[in-house]
Write a protein that binds this ligand. Structure first.
Ligand code: 4AD
Ligand code: MG
Length: 482
């Protein structure tokens, strides 16, 4: 008999039929009640064992983590908490799990730190099962959104020769030996002898390649892994993370903001509609976690309320200049509570400032736009009519409560001469980016796009607080286990 998924069994309306289920034991109580989970849902199915007619040897092997197969009648449950259960007639142990050694014991309430060290087993917990199912549904929603709108999914290269963000935080890719590295006459590494016969790195963003495709296919998006060698050991940074980057020909910055807002609301709604049980579980988890925090540090809204709030309210659009005024006059700035005090226009915003704006001042998602040119990447469009010394670019960052920056994007500098000027000022090699400049040489036009950090979205939707807990095997400074 083919086994049925636990999710389908729990939803089944026809009882009194013989069924088979396979999964992992979560708990075994009173030598009689097995809570069985197979990953298809957060909910376990209760399997009732006829212990009087089951050998002791078998009963002993029904331990947390063991893989089992149960066959029996699906009946209406007499107990509270579940509508159906399996009255076991045949039980088979597929794989034992030594109760002394299996590290994930629900009774001990393992800490998130301990679970991170056991990332290969943490997915056996309700919490991580829920997170990873929500993550999967969200990535489907991303594709659904763009495909429905006729965007073309583009796979930009993972190994590249360019530094899209110009921030220099790249992992090198090389096949050269470390000892006896070939050198040029002036002692530099001779990349001519390397695999690609040039210097290469892991991509920090697919944007530049994406732009070339948008300037032919009109609307495109990427969804793939990106890599940053920034030494940021925070709860919001990963060295390997997934980014979604739409790029649209003929869109200006306002269109870009509209697209980003609509997109984020769509995927959150999709998760709310399709992950009810998991989100309810995660909401309860968050409430429980927050009990140990002082009142002032607790969220004002429960998880589902917070997600609905984002759907029902427009994001507040605020220029950088307005934001600086607000921050300069804010209580934490005046009382020197910020680590970085905001004195003047031109300052780069730190996450403490972003979170102040979102969580304390506006109390809703915020889109900041028109940033000073010199704190943003080279490809952003220079605003017309800006004061000399106070040039701004058509950049936008979307800031979310509890997260800070979730999206970074811009209208692109489509004017060849202006772009070249900027690249010269920043000493960006024109030769290297000649292919990129071709988009401006041949049929250039207004276009815009943005990047959404997928894990930051998953953080927001699941109510988790550390980005290491929303990706299966996190890569961070000093950590590349598994
Ligand atoms: O703001 P960023 O650096 O923008 C870009 O890479 C542009 N090329 C995007 C574009 O316009 N097509 O990164 C975009 C987003 C950030 O807002 C953040 O959500 C996420 O990527 N991000 C990270 N997420 C996790 N770990 C990191 N180290 C991240 N760095 C950026
Ligand atoms: Mg950014």
């Amino acid at each position: 008999m083919r086994h049925t998924k636990v999710k389908d069994l729990l939803n089944s309306t026809t009882t009194l039929q013989e069924v088979n289920a396979k999964g992992w034991v979560r708990t075994f109580r009173n030598n009689q009640f097995i809570a069985l989970n197979d990953g298809s849902t957060i909910n376990n199915i209760q399997c009732v064992v006829d212990f009087e007619n089951t050998p002791d040897e078998t009963l002993k092997r029904i331990t947390t983590g063991a893989a089992i197969s149960v066959t029996g009648n699906l009946i209406e449950s007499k107990g509270a908490g579940q509508s159906v259960e399996i009255q076991v007639t045949k039980l088979e142990i597929l794989g034992d799990s030594d109760a002394e050694k299996f590290p994930i014991q629900p009774k001990n309430k393992p800490s998130l730190d301990f679970l991170r060290e056991n990332a290969h087993l943490r997915v056996r917990t309700n919490m991580f099962g829920a997170i990873m199912r929500v993550r999967s549904v969200l990535s489907f929603a991303v594709h659904n959104y763009f495909q429905q709108k006729g965007f073309v999914y583009v796979n930009t290269p993972i190994i590249t020769g360019s530094d899209a963000e110009g921030a220099g935080e790249m992992f090198k890719v090389t096949a050269l030996p470390f000892d006896n590295t070939p050198r040029t006459e002036d002692g530099k590494v001779n990349y001519k002898e390397d695999f690609f016969e040039k210097e290469t790195n892991l991509t920090v963003s697919g944007q530049l390649e994406g732009e070339t495709y948008a300037m032919a296919l009109g609307q495109i998006y990427t969804f793939g892994p990106t890599f940053r060698a920034e030494n940021s050991n925070t709860s919001r940074h990963l060295a390997e993370f997934w980014m979604i980057e739409p790029e649209v020909a003929f869109n200006n910055l306002d269109d870009n903001m509209d697209l980003a807002e609509d997109f984020i609301q769509y995927v959150i709604k999709y998760a709310l509609d399709n992950c009810q049980d998991d989100l309810k579980f995660l909401e309860a988890r968050l409430l429980d976690e927050e009990k140990s925090k002082p009142q002032a540090d607790r969220s004002e809204m429960a998880l589902l309320e917070k997600l609905n709030f984002v759907l029902e309210n427009n994001f507040k659009r605020v220029s950088y200049t307005e934001a600086i005024d607000i921050l300069r006059d804010s209580t934490p700035n005046k009382k020197k509570k910020f680590n970085y005090i905001i004195n003047e226009w031109g300052a780069d915003l730190q996450s403490e400032h972003e979170r102040y704006l979102v969580e304390k001042h506006f109390k809703c998602p915020v889109i900041l736009f028109d940033y000073p040119a010199n704190i943003k990447a080279f490809y952003m469009r220079l605003n017309d009519n800006t004061e000399p010394g106070k040039e701004t670019v058509r950049a936008m960052d979307i800031l979310f409560p509890g997260i800070g920056e979730i999206v970074g994007g811009s209208e692109r500098e489509e004017r060849y001469d202006v772009l070249i000027e900027k690249m010269k000022a920043l000493e960006i090699d024109e030769e290297e980016l000649s292919w990129y400049l071709d988009t401006r040489r041949f049929g250039s036009a207004t276009h815009a796009g943005f990047g959404l950090g997928f894990e930051r979205l998953v953080l927001f939707v699941t109510g988790m607080t550390n980005i290491r807990d929303v990706i299966p095997f996190p890569r961070t400074p000093g950590n590349a286990e598994f």
